[in-house]
Ligand binder design. Structure first.
Ligand SMILES: Nc1ncnc2c1ncn2[C@@H]1O[C@H](COP(=O)(O)OP(=O)(O)OP(=O)(O)O)[C@@H](O)[C@H]1O
Length: 269
């Protein structure tokens, strides 16, 4: 079996209250993960620990070849894990060219104003083609649609040859057709051999496209279930996760669909 890319063991994260309780997770090179859980269940916090942006209160983090949670390891960890999120999208200035946004992934910087190296330009061109976005190269960031921005941010993350790529709710805010286009693009990308392991954070089972192999379900700061999609994404587990009785069915295009059959006792609002 290959070495784990990342391994979290018995992670606890405390602030005024305990946000993560004894969470463990292991990600291997040949796996693609989906992370699901209600709002506030600790998904982002767990990923911030996994990517080295937060230190756990207790527990162990082993990453990419066995770096333990020593301070000097963090910069390398951050560089080797790409994170695509709306928070990153908001930090990019509207007058950046799409191709320059991809280019900045090389050094992990946000906005770009200098003359680039020739080899970085060549690599950017290759990636723009790989993400099927060559036609967007001269488009300004402020002019791109949300789906186009997600694609450009994935290109940016591919630029530094990350071993792991976190996609934090990339379909949020996309209309149904744009979402299908994006998922089709993601599926094609994930089928390419050189694409890194992907972690998709989502609230929607219909976004679980076939290349995803594993899932982790979070509830109230705990890992409720984790393992293969088939074992983990079940009506029983999702009912427990969301405190409601849910059922699952498969749609015509072989995607899962969740129906809420009955709400639980717990009021969300
Ligand atoms: N630094 C912090 N200090 C205090 N509370 C925090 C801190 N970071 C997160 N929390 C709290 O921890 C809980 C988990 O937050 P987190 O953002 O990890 O959840 P999430 O599952 O990603 O939610 P969502 O689906 O809404 O993005 C929330 O109640 C949040 O308010």
């Amino acid at each position: 079996m290959p070495e784990p890319l990342v391994s979290l063991r018995n992670i606890t994260y405390e602030r005024e209250e305990t946000i993560l309780h004894n969470a463990s997770w292991e990600i291997r090179e040949d796996q693609h993960w989906v992370v699901m859980g209600p709002n506030g269940s600790g998904k982002t916090t767990l990923l911030r620990i996994l990517t080295g942006y937060e230190n756990p209160t207790s527990g162990e983090v082993f990453t990419l070849g066995g770096t333990e949670d020593a301070d000097e390891g963090w910069f390398d960890i951050r560089k080797s894990i790409g994170w695509v999120s709306m928070a990153l999208a908001h930090r990019i200035e509207e007058d950046q060219f799409a191709a320059d946004v991809v280019l900045t992934g090389r050094e992990g910087i946000i906005n770009f104003w200098e003359k680039p190296e020739k080899e970085d330009v060549e690599k950017t061109i290759k990636i723009m083609h790989r993400i099927d976005a060559w036609h967007l190269r001269d488009r300004l960031w402020g002019q791109l649609s949300q789906g186009e921005r997600q694609r450009i941010l994935i290109g940016r993350a591919l630029m530094n040859e990350s071993k792991l790529l976190v996609l934090d709710e990339p379909c949020a805010g996309l209309d149904p057709v744009a979402r299908e286009h994006f998922l089709q693009f993601l599926e094609q990308l994930m089928r390419q051999k050189e694409t890194p392991s992907i972690i998709l954070v989502t609230h929607h089972v219909e976004e679980i496209i076939p290349p995803f192999s594993h899932a982790l379900l979070m509830k109230q700061g705990r890992v409720l279930a984790s393992g293969s999609i088939k074992q983990t994404i079940t009506a029983e587990n999702l009912s427990k996760t969301f405190d409601a009785q849910v059922s699952l069915r498969t749609t015509k295009n072989k995607r899962l669909q969740l129906d809420v059959e009955a709400l639980g006792d717990k009021k969300v609002f």
